[in-house]
Design a protein around this ligand. Structure first.
Ligand code: PLP
Length: 440
């Protein structure tokens, strides 16, 4: 157990002040914005979060993967203050600013794409995906896009059309964008091999859409919302070959996998594959809205001038945060930390899997790890109620855990990569207690 306890619980959970604000929320805020943890944040630093009742939690949700360098990283906060004091907005395409160019140069040199690389910034992950499709369509002059079962690419029209989980994301919200075709994603645990997934992709060129009509294949190198399912290296290499053969743009959505989460700066690096376009968001902004598309210059230059953009895209405050995030990742060696911390967490998870039959699978890359709950190891019947019960038991004990998976039966790790070793140990001990309380 940790020498110092980070978790401090002073009231029942949720406390009275949190309860009151959540009740007000129910009246004032639209119901679809349903709340996962009924605790209301007051402040946050590193891997901990303190609520308005004075309770401190360890945060394994990390703002859904936005906080690889931790809550309120001091250098990011300083960079944000510095930028806010100078100017906040002009619209880069009206009056440009250097911080946009500086981050574009820096990210352009880091993404797994063959040089020369150019970039464009947006606000959200969904916007990055929407625009990646625009770049690919303008370049290839083709309409179709292929996406995968289990994919999550966001909630705007094209991004949602590419997303594959129907409830809650798509239910009642159609019609969706045309010219989106879907094929299976490899999934070792659920019996879809690389060979089968590649064969299904090839078959789709006969049964669904001619390859000469396909602008882009869009994939997550590790599916995030879909359940932390890593694409095997030979699958990614196979997709690369197929894209090359047919002149299709390979789009890697690294919105959740990027910036060290998987033990490499970008997940595609594990497979030694280069994309044509890479979508980034989440942890690059440390919580400020910032996303981007980076790719081969000839593709990025294809739309007509003014063909991509938006009033707020590439906000200078968010870009200043982005530069400070890259510094922190390098200075604090967070990519290496993610790999070594991932081994610590994985070892612990494998022990849990041995102890409790309800844990059917342990998987992921680096610190992007998840456990999958099943009611029966033989049939692999998903057990989302189990995942929810463990999350509830962890919350009561001061640990914030997040589910994922197309069946909602996985619990994932999106903890800040900056978490001190003793806090990580404390969190894993609490998670283990929550598992024991639920499963025994
Ligand atoms: N792509 C991936 C892989 C994601 O995980 C997400 C969000 O979870 C998105 C796109 C959408 O990002 P945003 O919610 O910022 O629009």
């Amino acid at each position: 157990m940790a020498a110092t306890r980070a978790i401090q619980l002073r009231t029942e959970i949720p406390g009275p002040r949190s309860r009151e604000i959540v009740e007000r929320s129910a009246k004032a805020v639209a119901a679809p914005l349903s709340i996962t943890f009924p605790i209301v944040v007051d402040s946050a630093a590193g891997a901990t979060l303190t609520d308005v009742d004075g309770n401190t939690f360890i945060d394994f949700a990390g703002g859904v993967g936005c906080l690889n360098v931790g809550h309120s990283h001091p250098d990011v906060v300083a960079a944000v203050h510095e930028q806010v004091d100078r100017f906040v907005h002009t619209d880069y395409t009206i009056v440009p600013y250097e911080v946009y160019v500086a981050l574009a140069e820096r990210l352009g040199a880091l993404v797994p794409v063959a040089a020369p690389v150019k970039g464009a910034f947006f606000n959200s992950g969904a916007e990055a995906v929407e625009n990646a499709v625009k770049f690919a369509r303008a370049y290839t002059k083709r309409p179709a896009v292929i996406a995968f079962e289990g994919a999550f690419h966001g909630r705007t029209l094209m991004a949602l059309s590419l997303t594959s989980k129907s409830r809650p994301y798509k239910e009642g919200l159609g019609p969706f964008a045309p010219e989106v075709y879907r094929v299976p994603f490899p999934n070792e645990y659920r019996g879809v091999t690389t060979g089968e997934a590649l064969a299904a992709l090839e078959r789709a060129f006969t049964t669904q859409v001619a390859p000469a009509n396909v602008a882009a294949i869009v994939l997550e190198p590790v599916q995030g919302e879909g359940g932390f399912v890593p694409a095997p290296a030979d699958f990614l290499q196979g997709v690369r070959r197929i894209c090359d053969r047919h002149g299709i743009v390979f789009v890697s959505d690294e919105v959740q996998t990027g910036f060290g989460r998987t033990g490499r700066l970008f997940a595609l690096e594990h497979a030694g594959v280069q994309a044509d376009l890479v979508c980034v968001a989440k942890s690059i902004g440390n919580g400020l809205p910032l996303s981007g598309v980076f790719g081969r210059a000839e593709i990025m230059d294809a739309p007509v001038p003014g063909g991509v953009g938006g009033t707020y895209v590439g906000n200078p405050v968010a870009l200043a945060a982005g530069l400070a995030v890259l510094d922190a990742i390098e200075d604090e060696e967070l990519v290496e930390r993610s790999a070594s911390m991932g081994e610590t967490i994985r070892t612990r998870m494998l022990g849990w899997q041995e102890r409790w039959p309800a844990i059917g699978d342990v998987r992921g890359l680096g610190s992007m790890l998840a456990i999958e709950f099943v009611s029966d190891r033989a049939t692999k019947q998903p057990a989302p109620e189990c995942a929810q019960a463990v999350i509830g038991a962890a919350l009561e004990r001061g640990l914030l855990l997040l589910s994922c998976g197309i069946y909602g039966n996985c619990i994932r790790v999106l903890v800040p990569l900056t978490i001190p070793a003793d806090e990580l140990e404390e969190a894993l001990a609490v998670w283990e207690e929550a598992l024991a309380a639920t499963l025994e």
